[in-house]
Design a protein around this ligand. Structure first.
Ligand code: NDP
Length: 451
């Protein structure tokens, strides 16, 4: 290699940062992908001439809109809504909606960018998008959440459709919010289609969609562990988050024979040295999904557990870590602590939870490490299966969906191994996932001309 591709990527990144100022998360996500594709660009310089990096990092469309709504006290509230339609080269836009006070354009663009590659990895025909709002559902009544969702969808419905863009849930958007969003979409458009996924089971939802991201992450982890003759059985697992992904990652890890000892939320984490069991997990689901309580209550309910306010769980000794809360929640110091404590596998359930410093440490230590775009793709893959069921107006059994989810996670693992294997047998899952996704999307873009 004479290094021209590296020089091109360096100059491209400087341009991207200058062109998208203040978008740190977006820069981080693009930087990770571009560093994985340098040698491919060196081998295929026509991609540089085609300006594929410039095109693939420019959203096809960004919609930003006002979301006015009235709270229970009769006060007017204004939030900001987003939909970033990043890439439709391989299918209709697809990606979740996030309601969290931290939501801004940078976070939406990073998530939509990641989604493009993740969706390509699933083997299903889905483009990449992401949406959301800086609305904070925490502490809001059901009626306030409904009024907000209705106002949000009143604008969003102009930009989505079953063959155009199919949103789903993400942080702060679960079954309740999808219900309110779908109801308003159906009312305004007068059509009952699969335009949102994560729907209730009685009105078009797929069995296993709620479980799919967490279960899929565990299936992916089993594939990774198998490359070293290991499995979940007998392992201690540390999980962050206590929402949709964390709950179902915990459930599947437990059922595969592991001991799950932590869960967290944005206020702190609980450590239960005895491990969760089915009864404790059911209690957590009630707490988080129905009562919308805080994870600290776990330590009041189960005295074997301790609560650590304001901390993350990475200091707890474990074999496997599953960050399942949010981006950049696991930094270089946390990675060093995990490694010092003997962690052999880090499987991301969340999107971009590890910082670049943490990823560098995992790679240097040659432990098993998978980026979210590979290991959490089971969620969107099952959304794709929900779209298929809606199109053919059929409902598959849980076993059928589970079998497909298993196959898809296994195929994603094989793609990572194909593009990320190094001479000594080590698999660089970051490179593998990025390269496999990039080759597919870039190829489709070139086939379709300059659009
Ligand atoms: P939920 O809203 O169900 O749960 C999010 C969890 O993460 C909560 O426990 C929440 O705590 C915690 N959390 C959120 N923000 C922060 C923060 N800034 N610091 C610490 N903890 C935080 O979301 P999901 O489980 O659906 O999503 C979790 C992650 O997985 C996200 O990165 C999401 O993008 C990703 N993902 C989700 C998919 C899905 O199918 N749902 C699919 C693929 C990826 P609190 O209650 O205090 O806010």
């Amino acid at each position: 290699m004479n290094g021209f591709a590296q020089r091109y990527v360096d100059s491209f990144m400087s341009g991207l940062i200058a062109r998208n100022p203040g978008e740190a998360e977006f820069h981080q996500a693009v930087g990770e992908v571009t560093s994985s594709v340098v040698s491919y660009l060196e081998a295929y310089p026509n991609l540089i001439e085609e300006k594929i990096l410039e095109r693939i990092t420019e959203p096809e469309r960004v919609v930003m809109f006002r979301v006015p709504w009235m709270d229970d006290r009769g006060q007017v509230q204004i939030n900001r809504g987003f939909r970033v339609q990043m890439n439709s080269a391989i299918g209709p836009y697809k990606g979740g909606i996030r309601f969290h006070p931290s939501v801004n354009l940078s976070i939406m663009k990073f998530l939509a960018f990641e989604q493009t590659f993740k969706n390509a990895l699933t083997t299903l025909p889905m483009g990449g998008a992401k949406g959301g709002s800086d609305f904070n559902p925490r502490g809001k009544s059901d009626a306030e959440v409904m009024r907000f969702c209705q106002s949000f969808m009143t604008e969003l419905q102009r930009h989505i459709g079953q063959d155009t863009d199919v949103p789903a849930g993400d942080i702060g958007v679960g079954g309740r919010e999808i219900g309110y969003l779908f109801g308003q979409y159906k009312r305004l458009r007068d059509e009952f289609t699969g335009t949102l996924t994560g729907k209730g089971l009685a009105w078009g939802g797929s069995l296993l969609r709620p479980e799919a991201t967490g279960y899929g992450a565990c299936y992916f982890a089993e594939e990774m562990l198998a490359t070293r003759g290991e499995g979940f059985k007998g392992k201690t697992v540390v999980i962050s988050g206590s929402g949709n992904v964390a709950q179902h990652a915990a459930e599947k890890a437990m059922r595969l024979g592991a001991k799950v000892v932590t869960l967290s939320d944005s206020d702190g984490f609980i450590h239960d040295p005895d491990g969760l069991d089915e009864e404790k997990l059911q209690w957590v689901k009630q707490l988080k999904n129905m009562r919308r309580g805080r994870i600290r209550e776990y330590a009041d309910k189960f005295p074997t557990a301790s609560y650590y306010p304001g901390q993350r769980p990475w200091g707890i000794k474990c074999n496997i870590a599953m960050p399942c809360a949010t981006q950049n929640e696991l930094d270089g110091d946390a990675a060093a602590t995990l490694l010092a404590n003997g962690c052999i596998c880090v499987v991301e359930g969340a999107n971009m939870p590890s910082t670049p410093e943490a990823i560098a440490r995992f790679k240097e230590a040659r432990i098993l490490y998978s980026p979210g775009k590979a290991s959490n793709a089971g969620g969107v893959a099952t959304s794709g299966l929900e779209m298929t069921q809606n199109s053919v107006r059929q409902k598959w059994t849980a076993d059928e969906v589970d079998a497909q989810l298993h196959r898809i996670m296994s195929d994603i693992h094989a793609a990572c191994a194909k593009y990320g294997s190094e001479g000594d047998g080590y698999i660089d899952y970051v490179k593998g996932a990025n390269l496999a996704g990039f080759i597919k999307v870039a190829g489709a873009m070139i086939d379709q001309g300059l659009v």
